[in-house]
Write a protein that binds this ligand. Sequence first.
Ligand SMILES: [Mg+2]
Ligand SMILES: [Zn+2]
Length: 183
Amino acid sequence: MRLVIVDRDGVINEDSDAYIKSPAEWVPIPGSVEAIARLNRAGYQVIVATNQSGVARGLFDFDTLTRIHEKMHRVLAEAGARVDAIFFCPHGPDDHCDCRKPRPGLLHDIAARLKTDLTGVPAIGDSLRDLQAASAVGARPILVLTGKGRKTLDQLGASHGIDVWPDLGRAVDALLQPAGDGD
Ligand SMILES: [Mg+2]
Ligand SMILES: [Zn+2]
């Protein structure tokens, strides 16, 4: 199975420190929708794994989150792109759940649902916690510099060994290069 896991805010859509609380606030990052379409055409399933603590914080409810995701699916479909599933953590930092990244619960859920192993699976994110969750399950963390990405790059320091790309479009270009399929 060819599979890519992607974070949502700051990777597919523009992030906001005030949270994405409505469909209107969900605005795609230039090139991200087309990048997902390229993955689909290359035979990849694309699964979203996203922390949505705004639910626990009372900023928006499950129904609104569903409507936000309906908009995302619609915008993707209009460009011939598709995400196959969205796994989200609705909890806050004080809930001590297993699914809020950097904990690996969302990724374990994806592995169980797809009955697959995530070893080496590309997991693209903009926050340190995305990279940590990926590493915890043996997936391959990839950092993009959109969203919180530049701050995350500073946090990583030198010699981190993680692939870094300006945005999802460039990260996908690199994934789809034939030369990258070697070992
Ligand atoms: Mg993010
Ligand atoms: Zn959770």
